[in-house]
Ligand binder design. Structure first.
Ligand code: DON
Length: 578
């Protein structure tokens, strides 16, 4: 990693370094995003009264129980969020952040931004050394890597506006799971064993998530200190986390190692309701997340870029389909690098980016004969513009209210640093900022001023929780983890349903590919593109690389007979309906 960061500081090596870092992150993620296993496709049955699809079976069960008790989709989402903190420590988070996209049964939409913020003491060059070089790992595995957590405030806000059961009822199932323990899956055992070395190194004297001799499938994971922290949240709501004992412990943890988050940062944190951004695609209405996520804008740009082409005639993952999608992705990710950032700090040119004429013009520069080299694709220009390990869950209830939430610690197990005796992990979301213009972050993404570090600013995200309507009615709830691949995975899942006629589970199972402008390569899950397609594209100059797994999409489709789930077989993801 040191070597990679040194390479990154040299502009002549940037492209190579970007590639190498990107490969590195996929190797890092392999443990978390396993390759598709050969299990039988689960049923594509439908349910009339509600459905929960999330990363862990126990958390899906918690959500379903809340729906059956008469809770609405937001109630269930809050319970799932806390249950994932316990059952999915790779990404579940009370010390992380995320985004919620909401559509009520009557069609009203809203989004909640509970993304982490840079602490007040953060500064633009905080991850650079005296020569201006990015310090390896500083934005990933230190106390400075953490943004001010947003998840607990987000859940409290969501509850205030839409909750219908009692708050305590929504937090209690997570407390029970933490205190009584639950039998872990094979994948969780493997991930915990993978994290062991770092847990020990970064947390001397603590034994959270450690087991003598290593974890195996079926072992009981008990988290008593986490149960106590969750009890404070159950009894005091937001104040149980942002004030008092937990806040003291977070502040003390920061002081123990140059961390920046203070008690004032915690008290001042507030999630923000933002109007959803919407767009249309072939008669569907797309409701998605505005900045500080780049995901919603990028998704709408991608859909606009391909809308006028006959994708269904060409077919799923055929060469013309893949070429078109890759060229759209190249251009959209170039725009992302320059124009996307926290709208409270940077004027994101939303209207220009979402102008259909703009995206059409961007696509006019590609040739069917050969790949457009990324070096020749710069972020677009607009007349009159002044420069200036994640998890997703989808829930619908009996009434038809829908929730789409993507939420994260960033890396697998976040910074891998636990807070004092409070039993939970800190995020390493500061890496989502651009530490230095043009130097890639752990997902190989580059950025500049729009996403530079400033006190109180939210780091740019790729998370793309999305809800889709057809003829004014709920049609689909969609989203995934996967860093920079989130946007393209959501894009592909939508096309798999709208253009390639797949049901929800097959769309989720379908193998994916990805391009993000830099590095200039197409990554594919092995077998996503057949040999003939690869040969055609390679001849045109596309560099195609196999990677272990892309995304973990958890989605719901509304069919004439009821809700149909798609739970990603790449993880332990589980769909439950009733
Ligand atoms: O907000 C973002 O875009 C990233 N922090 C997401 C990280 C992620 O998806 C990791 N999961 N595999």
């Amino acid at each position: 990693m040191d070597r990679l960061r040194k390479m990154n500081s040299n502009p002549t090596n940037r492209l190579t370094a970007t590639r190498t870092v990107f490969s590195f992150i996929f190797i890092l993620c392999l443990s978390f995003l396993n390759t598709v296993d050969a299990r039988q496709l689960p049923d594509t049955g439908t349910y009339k009264n509600g459905m929960v699809v999330c990363a862990m079976p126990q958390a899906s069960q918690v959500g379903l129980d809340i729906l059956k008790k008469g809770g609405n989709a937001v109630d269930a989402a809050i319970a799932v969020q806390f249950a994932l903190e316990v059952t999915h420590p790779q990404a579940g988070n009370i010390a992380g952040g995320g985004f919620m996209v909401y559509r009520s049964a009557s069609g009203k939409t809203n989004t909640l931004d509970f993304r982490e913020k840079a602490p007040a003491a953060a500064s633009r060059n905080m991850f650079l050394d005296s020569t201006g070089t990015v310090i390896p790992n500083m934005s990933l595995a230190t106390r400075q890597a953490s943004g001010v957590p947003g998840s607990v405030d987000g859940m409290a806000e969501a509850f205030k506006k839409y909750g219908s059961l009692k708050w305590a009822e929504l937090v209690q199932p997570a407390i029970d799971l933490a205190r009584n323990g639950f039998p872990i899956t094979r994948k969780l055992a493997a991930d915990l064993n993978y994290g062991r070395g770092q847990f020990i190194k970064l947390n001397p004297g603590k034994n959270y998530l450690l087991k003598e001799g290593g974890w195996k499938e079926g072992d009981l994971l008990v988290q008593e200190d986490l149960a106590k922290t969750l009890e404070l949240i159950r009894d005091k709501g937001r104040d149980g986390f942002y004030k008092g004992k937990v806040a003291d412990e977070i502040a003390a943890e920061m002081k123990a190692g140059n961390g920046l988050i203070t008690k004032a940062d915690l008290e001042n944190y507030h999630a923000v309701w933002r109007p959803a951004i919407t767009g249309s695609y072939k008669g569907y209405r797309i409701i998605t997340m505005p900045p500080p996520s780049s995901g919603g804008i990028a998704l709408l740009q991608l859909l606009q870029s391909v809308e006028s082409y006959p994708l269904s005639r060409w077919g799923f993952n055929r060469d013309s389909t893949v070429q078109l999608m890759v060229e759209a992705e190249r251009r959209v990710y170039a725009d992302r690098s320059k124009y996307l950032g926290d709208p409270d700090f940077y004027k994101v040119p939303v209207d220009s980016l979402l102008n259909p004429a703009y995206n059409k013009k961007r696509m006019s520069t590609f040739s069917w004969a050969a790949a457009t080299p990324s070096q020749s694709v710069l972020p677009g220009t607009f007349a009159g513009y002044e420069s200036d390990q994640t998890t997703h869950y989808s829930i619908v209830d009996k009434a038809g209210n829908a929730v789409s939430i993507t939420t994260t610690l960033n890396g697998g197990f976040g910074s891998k640093i636990f807070v004092g005796g409070a039993g939970f992990l800190l995020n390493n979301e500061m890496d989502d900022f651009s530490s230095k213009p043009g130097v890639p972050n752990m997902f190989g993404l580059v950025g500049g001023k729009a996403n530079s570090i400033e006190p109180g600013k939210r780091m740019l995200s790729s998370m793309t929780p999305t809800i889709i309507e057809k003829n004014g009615r709920l049609f689909m709830v969609d989203g995934t983890p996967g860093g920079s691949t989130i946007i393209t995975s959501v894009f592909q899942t939508i096309l798999d349903v709208t253009d390639f006629g797949m049901d929800m589970q097959h769309a989720v199972d379908a193998k994916r590919f990805h391009h993000q402008w830099l590095p200039d390569e197409v990554t594919e899950e092995k077998g996503a593109l057949d040999d003939a397609t690869k040969a055609i594209l390679t001849k045109k100059g596309y560099v195609i690389k196999d990677i272990g797994g892309i995304g973990r999409v958890d989605a719901i489709l509304v069919t004439p007979t009821g809700y149909q789930g798609g739970a990603d077989p790449r993880g332990d993801d589980t769909k439950l309906g009733w």
